[in-house]
Write a protein that binds this ligand. Structure first.
Ligand SMILES: [Ca+2]
Ligand SMILES: [Ca+2]
Length: 107
């Protein structure tokens, strides 16, 4: 008799991936003040330079340049994902006071 393939693990992984995307979309929405689906340098600055951020205006401009894969001057959701991952690294963790699901997010 062949054991039925376990579906628990793929489903759990899928749910985890969905949760990551949900949080990512929420974070994106925090940045995307005008809701047009892309992040301008000004929108990123408004959030990333908040409070005791260690980032400077120049840092944010450099980040946009670095993560703007299609070079249209703004970051779409696909471009935001790797930026968000980068910003969640230890160097700038917990500095901008973004809250997602009522939890302060590192950013
Ligand atoms: Ca926008
Ligand atoms: Ca872009």
């Amino acid at each position: 008799m062949v054991a039925a393939p376990s579906v628990a693990e793929p489903v759990a992984a899928e749910l985890a991936a969905k949760e990551v995307e949900r949080r990512l979309r929420k974070a994106f929405a925090v940045f995307d003040v005008d809701g047009d689906g892309s992040l301008t340098v000004a929108e990123l600055k408004a959030v990333l330079l908040r409070g005791s951020s260690p980032l400077t205006e120049e840092d944010v401009e450099d980040l946009v340049e670095e993560f703007d894969a299609n070079v249209d001057g703004v970051l779409g959701f696909d471009e935001f994902a790797p930026l968000w991952e980068f910003l969640n690294m230890d160097a700038v963790r917990g500095t901008c006071g973004i809250e997602v699901d009522d939890n302060p997010m590192a950013c």
